[in-house]
Write a protein that binds this ligand. Structure first.
Ligand code: NAP
Length: 267
């Protein structure tokens, strides 16, 4: 990976932990300079401290659902590094598992505000700079709900489906400007998002049925991080409006078969 991203500057939102942290780490190893943001200032500065052993890191506390904060984060990145070549819209939150009639409507709206409007906010603030530079790469994190129904996590699913539609439209809007927009499906990764889930009583029963699936499908966090490096590198120049997957459907089926055989074997 070394040198694949040298001279590039990237913003990774939600870079303080989970997949975003792994992407930030992989970008630094590949030679990029990076800005990361998150809401929790302490965790963010601890993450930046660890990451700065690998290269130049700017940490900006910011809630991506707040456009003013996002604009300030982008300005700080330009002040420090002079340009932005890659934007990874990774910041995302899950929600309390539960049916629409039983969950908190404010939380539902905040999930949309972070996952979808946060992605819009960052694109809105960065695209004029990328236009001036003659191009750039935008990578939007896809997720559960984009391809399949997402019962008990309707805000999350709706936000991810909308991110796919938004990304395709954005790719078309800026096709001739050198700005590419693609989505990244990380696969199932055991991060806080997946491990620390809250649920209504009914939602908990639903959730418990899915826990064995997480173990079955989980991939190491390095998998999406490596793909994110490729997507930010010249290897993918000119590709826009596409979806990149960190795990293949065939691998999923093979694991499902192995899981079923294991259960049969154990009786
Ligand atoms: P995670 O471990 O919970 O990490 C989320 C990161 O985003 C943290 O750094 C968090 O820091 C930050 N964040 C959350 N809300 C934010 C906000 N409003 N503004 C700025 N930063 C914010 O989650 P993850 O699993 O790594 O997920 C990363 C992305 O991958 C998400 O978009 C998720 O939907 C997607 N994804 C994950 C999986 C999976 O299996 N894990 C599967 C498909 C897609 P603070 O809390 O301090 O803000």
């Amino acid at each position: 990976m070394n040198g694949q991203l040298s001279n590039r500057v990237a913003i990774v939102t939600g870079g303080s932990r989970g997949i975003g942290y792994a992407i930030a780490e992989a970008y630094l190893r590949a030679g990029a300079r990076i800005a990361i943001c998150a809401r929790d200032e302490i965790r963010l500065s601890e993450a930046a401290g660890r990451l700065s052993r690998l290269g130049e890191v700017l940490a900006v506390p910011c809630d991506v659902s707040d456009l003013e904060r996002v604009v300030r984060m982008v300005e700080e990145t330009i002040d420090r590094f002079g340009r932005i070549d890659v934007l990874v819209n990774n910041a995302g939150i899950g929600m309390t598992y539960g049916r629409v009639g039983e969950i908190d409507s404010k939380q539902w709206a905040y999930v949309i505000a972070v996952n979808l409007i946060g992605t819009f906010n960052c694109c809105h603030a960065v695209i004029p700079l990328m236009m001036k530079q003659g191009g750039g790469k935008i990578i939007n994190l896809k997720g559960y709900g984009a391809d399949f129904p997402s019962p008990r996590v309707t805000a999350y699913g709706a936000s991810k489906a909308a991110i796919v539609a938004f990304s395709r439209s954005l790719a078309r809007e800026y096709k001739r400007s050198g700005i590419t927009v693609n989505t990244l499906s990380p696969g199932v990764v055991k991060t806080d998002l997946l491990l620390n889930r809250e649920a209504t009583e009914e939602g908990r029963t639903y959730l418990e049925r899915f826990n064995p699936l997480i173990d079955l499908l989980a991939v190491p966090v390095e998998r999406p991080a490596t793909l994110a490096v490729k997507m930010a590198s010249s290897e993918t120049d000119g590709i826009t409006g596409k979806g990149f997957r960190a795990t293949s459907r065939t691998a999923f089926l093979l694991r499902a078969v192995r899981f079923g055989m294991g259960r049969l074997w154990r009786g």
